[in-house]
Design a binder for this molecule. Structure first.
Ligand code: TYM
Length: 325
């Protein structure tokens, strides 16, 4: 299977990104042809600091490697270095009705959040994402559930293109993790964990032990006592149980039993310890990798070359079918 996914270089990864997306990527790279991108052209649709973008790109590359992506097993590259992404996005815009872009949840949310910066790029964001996926004729797109709507639109766009111009694109399928498709904020457990929307409720994947402890111990729960998985009535505790289960590999029911007579405080202490131990190797590896800029740039350059070969070949097909060549 061909796999494509990407993350915006907007700051450190959090455990939501890991559990929703990257943890799957690390497994998938073993037996599939995978491309994982640092999608910088998507990152510039919301306010950002140009002086920090290159640094964020390199850091995200180091983070990809630190959590276990292996450049021998997958293609790692920076989106803007393969110009075909922007080129295909333009073309896809010419066959996509405006209404379909306007009804995207992310567009609505982001334009509400940045009312002074509702640029056309924000509206066209899903076209670029469709271009990312379709250029490589990906079969599967492993993401968290917040990105499902965009992958569904990508399928629709592929269908429309193929019908009008001939069969070029594959219709990709979204691949959600069995558990962890939406990790909630530690401070606001009815909202998605997000580095940009809610930094306090967001647990970084490379956070220092002290910080992990602080954030977990102050996670919002409820006034009850029972450690039970019940997302509707107990969203805070349920989110913590889910995180516990995903990092320990233990079933939720087993954890509930273990903490049957325990307090929220004890449960949180144990979760903090589990997270500190689980994340320690990632933090160490990231730190080490950040001192090896030349090595990381070389990996991205190799990735660019490989990605570009595929992208150019698809683009040639697209242009031929459309009468542009
Ligand atoms: P981005 O950069 O917002 O997020 C990266 C990935 O992390 C997942 N994610 C979560 N999963 C579970 N719980 C959470 N709280 C959580 N927060 C984030 C996201 O679903 C995503 O998989 N548009 C994309 C980037 C993109 C892309 C693509 C993805 C651009 N082109 C092509 C796939 C294929 C985005 O903004 O992800």
């Amino acid at each position: 299977m061909r796999i494509f996914s990407g993350i915006r270089p907007t700051g450190e990864l959090h455990i939501g990104n890991y559990l929703g997306a990257i943890k799957q990527w690390v497994k998938l790279q073993q037996e599939n042809e995978c491309l994982f991108s640092i999608v910088d052209l998507h990152a510039i649709t919301t306010p950002y600091n140009p002086k920090e973008l290159q640094k964020n790109i390199l850091e995200l590359a180091a983070e990809y490697l630190a959590v276990g992506l292996d450049p021998e097993k997958c293609i790692l590259f920076v989106q803007s270095q393969v110009k075909e992404h922007a080129e295909l996005a333009w073309i896809l815009g010419t066959i996509t009705p405006l209404g379909e872009l306007k009804r995207m949840t992310q567009f609505k949310e982001k334009s509400k959040k940045h009312p002074d910066y509702v640029n056309a790029g924000l509206l066209n964001y899903p076209l670029l994402m469709a271009a990312d996926i379709l250029l490589y004729k990906a079969d599967l797109v492993p993401v968290g559930v917040d990105q499902r709507q965009h992958v569904e639109l990508t399928r629709e766009i592929a269908r429309r293109f193929n019908k009008r111009f001939g069969p070029v694109f594959k219709e990709p399928q979204v691949l959600l993790p069995k558990m962890g498709e939406k990790i909630m904020s530690l401070q606001n457990p009815t909202k998605k964990m997000s580095k940009t929307d809610d930094p306090k409720g967001c647990l970084g994947l490379f956070e220092e032990p002290e910080e992990i402890k602080k954030k977990v111990m102050s996670a919002v729960t409820d006034s009850g006592k029972k450690i039970k998985y019940d997302p509707k009535r107990k969203p805070g505790i349920s989110n913590l149980l889910l995180i516990y289960s995903l990092f320990s590999g233990k079933a939720i029911e087993k954890i509930e039993k273990e903490f049957k007579d325990g307090s929220y405080k004890n449960f949180k202490k144990s979760l903090a310890e589990l997270l500190i131990n689980s994340l320690e190797p990632f933090r160490k590896k990231r730190k080490e990798l950040l001192t090896r800029e030349v090595y990381i740039k070389e990996i991205l350059e190799q990735g660019r070359k490989k990605a570009q070969l595929i992208a150019q070949s698809t683009m040639m097909e697209v242009k031929k079918q459309m009468g542009l060549f």
